[in-house]
Design a protein around this ligand. Sequence first.
Ligand code: ADP
Ligand code: MG
Length: 340
Amino acid sequence: KEVVHDICTNQVVVTLQACVKELVENALDASARRIEVRLRENGAELLEVVDDGRGICAEDFEKVACRHATSKIREYTDLSSANFSTYGFRGEALSAICAMGDLTIATKTETAAASLLSYDRYGKLLSSSSVARDVGTTVSVRELFKRLPVRHKEFTRNAKAQVNATLRLLQSYAIAQPEVRFAVVSEKLRGTQGANAANRATLLCTSGAAADWHQAAAAVLGDAALSGCARLRLEVGAWRAEGLVSSPGAGRRHRDIQLFFVNGRPIDAPKRVVKLINDDTYHQYNSRAWPLVILAFTAPQGMVDVNVTPDKKTVFLHQEDQLLSQLQAALTEVFAGPDR
Ligand code: ADP
Ligand code: MG
């Protein structure tokens, strides 16, 4: 049974980025307004996500890291109900993380005292003690990958790329959730000031006070990155899409700033949408660059199926065809516009 646990769970959280994503989603699901991600030695020694959300109540301490334990679905039928609104509902993330590193959780709800909890590699609660902290939750993972030597070796080989990918994901959360304060702090012991001096760097810090995602994007990516971008706005049935796209005349852009959100959560770039924007439209006008794209979709929950892949980043967009043809028309208007 334990072997099965390891084999199955390792597929859920395979990278630093995937691990951080699950922990940040949990913080958002707990209605956090401040989220801080701390990485020590690129996250390999310590990965910590601190939030000010509602905390975990004592009756859940035993089960939060059990496979399929989730407080987010009362009955299975909730999965198909139209008002289902949290993104974490598989109860696999914390369980999977336990199989990879040492999990401890410090948490406090509005009504109870704070507790410090530690779990074994199978997600079983090992100990519970009292601790001091404000309402919220700190999830700490020590020595992520320590039980997976091959993955650990791979991680240390390209840690920098993994941290960058993680940072890019957190930037997109910071844009998608302008009212949440995000901070990312990286700490390294092997600093320039000698063996014992810790080297701290703040990689991302947002105010949580941006009026909308447009302002948040300017704060995260810089005004310069957004200059020369046109606004997009579409409505198809119950779908709404709002976005920013740079015109072909605006020059070279980084291909990696193409961000897509559904109902305030980042998703993997949908293949059809990406092809439509780049190959089918933008490259008709400028084949040597890629547009900067930020596209935020909103729809009633019943129209979005996030339960497609374990990482929940792939979504089905109902009425996708109509949406895409309107998007193409809007893009053509921008790309062929007076800017050129
Ligand atoms: P899921 O998010 O799919 O429910 P997880 O394994 O990610 O499964 O988390 C298990 C449970 O732990 C959640 O359902 C929630 O009750 C609790 N939990 C995890 N992280 C937090 C957090 N930051 N704040 C409050 N509760 C949390
Ligand atoms: Mg979760």
